[in-house]
Write a protein that binds this ligand. Structure first.
Ligand code: NDP
Length: 519
């Protein structure tokens, strides 16, 4: 575009299509006088700019995304009757958005944080969203703790700083989170890139086959690039030198044709097997041990296309575990149940009630629901003159989908009972068992991983008050005496107690990366 709009490129117009002789011209009185209210293009440009931002997601604000496809590699029709899985080799268009959780939109990709791994599959039976993370477990199992927990990972209400006191105080008071904290503080808490990490459903889902037989399911997406992680110091320095390193890596890899992929597996469990577990199948803080529930391969997810426009296609992408297809359902996992509400609620807030009409969110499958009418940004024709209710007298060209031969939901769990107060407390030893397995059986296999865990915790917990540090040492002692001692030793080195007595607002040794909070 030339500045006088006379070049051979696209001609600039106002938002209403008026061809602008020069897009930089404004209307004013004389050579130096005030500007005119009648200058629609100036006012429209400034007013539009003022509205460019939409609310950022309260969690998962910083993200990166790409398109690709899901390909069926193995028959699992005995487990799932969903159409997109019915033929080996069948491909379904996919959109994936990776993210960090706690940081704001400009925060560093290398932060120690779980990573979101949200997938939209545009299937012939509607959109299926798998809204996963790179960790197989999570911090909570009582959904009401979510806002409470996230507040402790965000900024202190007074100092507006990240606060190690809030962070560790939460853990010692909510010890069901220990398993996820240990994964987070292992080197898997700082993946090298989005390509080098796995995705896990974490939650238990319910899948059914065409005969109506159902199972509990967990999905694992294992990176074909392998796992690569950063150590604490590499992550810290990358956060400063290139806060967008994971966005850059994903975009550039796809741009040069190096398409990342993940192999998809399920773990499945019958209702009877679930009743015999030592923990609840709906407990989001637990994994299903591989030896009892082996992985079964069924597909491949490939990312091979960058979005044309980040804001339109990634910032506006709206995922929800309640966007599902026949034969795949949520289980009674309480955190999953609350996500079914909370995700679409966020989209209605950020994008409006018609978020499903935004092209990136719009199903490729035909939709017809003339009850979903009107509202801000109705752009899909609004079902024209068709009745806005299911009329008995006005013929409504409703084609009801034929019922499947088997009502696959009819033989599922039977729930009955009175309304009950529910708080899933930590009781007994079971909430520490898998965290111990991680330390003793898994991290021990790779030299340096147990030491890195202790170090990664120490350089963070050294910023907390001594009384909170003491509780952290006691908690890790329940996992391993050695782990607790290693943490304690390094914390005392980084943040000697005598220094704490002298100064509560900064760390006199200067070695602890966090200053003590005054609060
Ligand atoms: P396994 O020995 O069969 O599984 C251990 C799994 O841990 C590996 O397959 C791998 O899963 C994952 N892993 C390997 N290295 C690390 C690491 N440095 N940090 C975190 N995870 C790692 O035993 P179990 O199935 O009985 O699980 C034992 C423990 O392993 C669990 O308590 C849990 O903490 C952890 N784990 C288990 C997973 C599961 O689904 N069973 C998944 C991930 C972790 P992957 O192939 O998925 O990378």
């Amino acid at each position: 575009m030339s500045q006088n709009n006379k070049g051979s490129g696209e001609k600039v117009t106002t938002s209403q299509g008026y061809p602008l002789p020069n897009p930089f011209e404004t209307q004013r009185i004389g050579n130096h006088g005030p500007l005119l209210l009648q200058d629609f293009n100036l006012i429209d440009s400034l007013a539009h700019f003022d509205r460019e931002r939409i609310p950022e997601r309260v969690v998962h604000a910083k993200g990166s995304g790409a398109y690709g496809f899901f390909e069926v590699t193995d028959d699992i029709s005995d487990v799932c009757g969903s159409g997109f899985l019915d033929t080996i080799g069948k491909k379904t268009k996919a959109l994936v958005r990776f993210s960090t959780v706690g940081g704001e939109q400009g925060s560093a990709d290398a932060a120690r944080d779980p990573r979101g791994f949200a997938i939209k599959l545009y299937t012939e039976e509607g959109n299926l969203d798998w809204v996963y993370n790179n960790t197989p477990v999570f911090f909570i199992r009582d959904p009401i703790k979510f806002p409470h927990f996230i507040h402790t990972q965000k900024r202190n209400p007074q100092t507006h700083l990240k606060d190690p006191n809030m962070f560790w105080d939460y853990l010692v008071q909510n010890q069901e989170a220990i398993h996820q904290f240990m994964i987070l503080f292992s080197d898997r808490g700082t993946p090298a890139t989005y390509r080098h990490m796995n995705g896990y459903s974490g939650h238990t889902y319910k899948w059914s086959n065409a005969k109506g037989e159902w199972r509990y399911i967990q999905v694992h997406l294992i990176s074909d690039q392998g796992i690569k992680t950063l150590n604490n110091e590499e992550a810290g320095s990358l956060s400063g030198s290139n806060p967008d390193h994971a966005q850059e890596d994903l975009f550039n890899s796809i741009e040069k044709g190096d398409s990342p992929s993940w192999t998809a597996y399920i773990q499945s469990m019958t209702e009877e097997e679930a009743q015999n577990l030592p923990f609840s199948v709906f407990d989001l803080t637990k994994v299903w041990p591989h030896d009892q529930f082996p992985l079964r391969r069924f597909g491949k997810l490939v990312l091979n296309e960058n979005p044309e426009n980040y804001f339109a296609e990634i910032e506006q992408a709206a995922f929800s575990p309640s966007h599902t297809v026949p034969y795949q359902e949520a289980s009674a996992d309480p955190v999953l149940q609350s996500r079914l509400f909370s995700y679409p609620d966020t989209h209605r807030h950020r994008l409006g009630t018609n978020y499903a009409q935004i092209p990136v969110n719009c199903p490729y499958a035909k939709t017809f629901n003339p009850i979903l009418r009107d509202g801000a940004m109705t752009i899909n024709g609004n079902y024209g003159s068709k009745p806005n209710y299911y009329s008995g007298t006005v013929p409504t060209p409703v084609e009801y989908t034929p019922q499947p031969k088997v009502n696959y939901q009819s033989n599922q769990e039977y729930w009955q009972g009175t309304a009950q107060p529910f708080h899933w407390k930590v009781e007994g030893d079971i909430d520490y068992v898998q965290a111990r397995d991680l330390y003793n059986k898994v991290l021990s296999k790779t030299p340096g991983q147990q030491e890195n865990l202790a170090h990664n915790i120490s350089v963070h917990v050294c910023g907390a008050k001594p009384e909170i540090q003491d509780e952290v040492f006691k908690l890790f002692n329940k996992i391993s005496k050695k782990l607790s001692e290693d943490i304690q030793k390094e914390v005392f080195k980084l943040s000697p107690r005598s220094n704490y007595q002298q100064t509560t607002s900064s760390n006199a040794s200067g070695k602890c990366p966090y200053g003590h909070s005054k609060l």
